[in-house]
Design a binder for this molecule. Structure first.
Ligand SMILES: *Cc1c(COP(=O)(O)O)cnc(C)c1O
Length: 214
């Protein structure tokens, strides 16, 4: 059984802080006690991919944890996380954004979100293309209970780092079009160094901290 690599965490957090990059510790499939281990080292930002798992963990863990939803969110499940979620990173349709706005309005919250762009070559990954991105931004102008803070993307699963780099560079170029955006979430365990070199200011790291997943 692997558990939290505390030494690795300390090294990574010092390095990222010195470069102005924030760390979302991706804890999907990992038990609450492992999250608590990083919490006790001072960490507060955690990322989860599944609604039910997130709701369960949130109810067991300290209330000042900042929960990032980084998975594919179905519109009909948004209401379960709206009361407490800190940042929803995977907005890939206007329908979803509208539903979040509606549910957030009911409890007078405004939810910070990132729009997810499809930058990888794999079809399996979620996200908007460039045209859809423009459409969502335009349509979102009327929504009062969501605040678009920037973009999120996942590069191709490949060892070809030139390709990964060019995908991140493309996402950064889209990010730079909106002057008021401040969060660019790109980079995971295998490619976060490249992502930061290409302008990321938020990385989502799981397996490097918690060990590999089943
Ligand atoms: C699982 C996941 C991560 C973390 O991946 P690692 O390779 O374990 O660092 C980051 N982002 C998203 C969207 C994920 O689904």
């Amino acid at each position: 059984m692997m558990s939290v690599n505390q030494e690795q965490y300390k090294k990574i957090i010092v390095d990222l802080e010195s470069r102005g990059v924030s760390l979302v510790a991706v804890s999907k499939t990992k038990p609450a006690n492992e999250i608590l281990e990083l919490y006790q080292l001072g960490h507060r930002d955690f990322g989860e991919n599944y609604v039910q798992e997130l709701v369960d963990k949130q109810s067991q863990l300290p209330p000042d944890i900042k929960w990032h939803f980084i998975g594919h969110l179905q519109s009909n499940k948004a209401k379960y996380i709206i009361p407490f979620v800190h940042l929803i990173q995977g907005i890939d349709s206007f329908k979803l954004l509208k539903e979040i706005d509606k549910q957030a309005g009911k409890i007078s919250r405004t939810i910070d979100v990132l729009l997810q762009v499809h930058i990888a070559e794999e079809e399996t990954k979620f996200g908007l293309d460039e045209t859809e991105l423009e459409q969502v931004i335009t349509s979102a102008a009327d929504l009062k209970h969501v605040r678009i803070r920037g973009l999120m993307g996942m590069a191709s699963f490949t060892e070809n780092m030139d390709q990964v780099r060019s995908e991140f560079r493309f996402l950064k170029s889209l990010f730079d079009r909106e002057a008021y955006w401040d969060l660019l979430s790109m980079g995971m365990s295998a490619d976060y160094e490249t992502a930061i070199q290409e302008g990321s200011n938020m990385v989502r790291i799981g397996s490097l901290l918690f060990g590999s997943r089943p």
